[in-house]
Design a protein around this ligand. Structure first.
Ligand code: RM4
Ligand code: MN
Ligand code: MN
Length: 431
């Protein structure tokens, strides 16, 4: 149970000295945007509406294989993770769901957890299964191991355990009111010749079919591709094409999930989003940013224009509004306070959505049809260079959240308070 609740009243008090300046900035920004033909009210409404799930595995400070430097007051239990997400959601108003990862978030009373989350104004988004680590609750007493694979393993007993684990995660999710299962299959090979590409793929498809057949009728199942890591020679779901084939093989409730950092360098992620959307199998998005690979760095910190182009594709899918997909922040950092990192990610998402909403889509389409790339660039840049900060702040304020989440968080003393309760030196489960 957290000592500090970041509710609307607390936040408004923390930001009382900012209200005037915000009001003036808002009027100026609104006037300027309207001059450029942007419907500011609709923009604010769309940003208010949008919510992105928080990952339970990023509430502690992540480590690397070279070391780990835990932060103060890392959550010790799933309940404490929910407390942190509630604080985050209090600041942003846009993290109204949380995504759990099992067995990291194994819990013996899911109905109680669901009630606790509801008392904090939170619901559960897609459940995530973990078959990339051996764990007593999935691989048992050590008789079997995921060392050589899980859902696509050659060993029948290993595949069986991996399927069973996913069925268990569906069951937990049902108790939590979740309606989706995300499956990232880590299987692959480290050495040429180690596996048969074809047999490994067929085994993955068969396992996914079995899991799909156990889904409740109102659930979706997501397959997530990634080109490498932990396998360094080949990966069974290496790209969106493999992901799509697997989703099609698994059944009608299967969709593909795009994680920003799960592409080889320079892949055109916005085009991947567009292609998957065309097939009707685009299911969700994992937000993070990347410089080299699956870096999981803060959303929007490296390539904000690329993210803007991805949002433009999403708005294309939703015909000017954000389509209903599973949106999740999937990032992890070693240095920042995790709540600040997630607040910055959410802020970046809100800004990018707002900028994409400034695009005059009719003029863009006209420039495309007229083979006028210079005009198309003018249209994109007119939006990307707009100043939407006061409108995003206003959307948050209207949702009872903070004008400036990081400053409000620092003023609240939340981290010091939870460090007092929880102590320091504990390493939260997760990445
Ligand atoms: C993977 C992938 C999955 C995430 C795990 C922790 O690289 O991004 O979505 O659940 O990491
Ligand atoms: Mn991911
Ligand atoms: Mn990843």
């Amino acid at each position: 149970m957290s000592t500090t609740r970041l509710d609307a009243e607390t936040i408004a008090a923390l930001e009382a000295d900012r209200r005037d300046r915000h009001q003036r900035a808002l009027e100026a920004a609104r006037a300027l945007l309207e001059l450029h033909g942007v419907d500011a009210d609709r923009l604010v409404d769309e940003v208010r509406e949008f919510s992105v799930a928080a990952p339970s595995w990023a509430l502690g400070t992540g480590g690397t294989r070279f070391g780990r430097f835990p932060g103060a007051g890392e959550p010790r239990t799933v309940e404490e993770k929910l407390d942190d997400v509630a604080a985050l959601n209090g600041l942003t108003g846009a993290n109204r769901t949380v995504s759990l990862h099992v067995p990291w978030d194994e819990h013996d009373d899911m109905p109680a957890l669901r009630e606790y989350a509801a008392s904090l104004g939170l619901r559960f988004d897609a459940m995530n299964s973990n078959t990339f680590q051996d764990n007593p609750s999935t691989t048992g007493d050590g008789a079997i191991s995921y060392k050589f694979g899980s859902l696509a393993a050659a060993d029948d007993r290993v595949r069986e355990a991996a399927v069973e684990h996913n069925l268990h995660v569906i069951e937990l999710g049902r108790l939590l009111g979740s309606t989706a299962l995300s499956i990232w299959i880590p299987d692959g090979a480290n050495h040429p010749g180690q596996t048969s590409f074809r047999r490994q793929f067929d085994r993955a498809a068969e396992s996914l079919r079995r899991i799909h057949d156990a889904l409740p009728a109102d659930w979706l199942m997501f397959t997530e591709h990634k080109p490498y890591e932990p396998a360094f020679y080949s990966t069974v779901v290496s790209d969106w094409g493999s992901s799509l084939l697997l989703a099609q093989a698994a059944g009608p409730q299967a969709r593909c999930l795009v994680d920003f950092g799960h592409h080889l360098p320079n892949t055109n992620v916005e085009q991947v989003v567009s292609r998957l959307a065309m097939t009707g199998r685009l299911g969700g998005f994992h937000f993070n940013d990347t410089k080299y690979g699956d870096d999981d760095v803060t959303v929007g910190s490296i390539a904000p224009f690329r993210m803007f182009l991805v949002f433009l594709e999403l708005l294309e899918v939703g015909d000017g509004a954000m389509p209903t997909l599973a949106y999740l922040i999937d990032q992890s950092n070693n240095l920042k306070d995790p709540i600040e990192d997630l607040a910055q990610a959410t802020d970046a998402i809100q800004h990018t959505l707002a900028l994409a909403l400034c695009v005059d889509r009719a003029s863009l389409a006209a420039a495309q049809e007229a083979d006028d790339p210079a005009l198309a660039a003018e249209v994109l840049h007119a939006a990307f260079r707009a100043d939407v900060r006061p409108l995003v702040a206003e959307a948050r304020r209207l949702n009872g959240a903070a004008l400036d989440p990081v400053t409000a968080y620092r003023r609240s003393g939340y981290r010091a308070a939870v460090a007092g309760d929880r102590g320091s030196g504990h390493v939260a489960t997760g990445l």
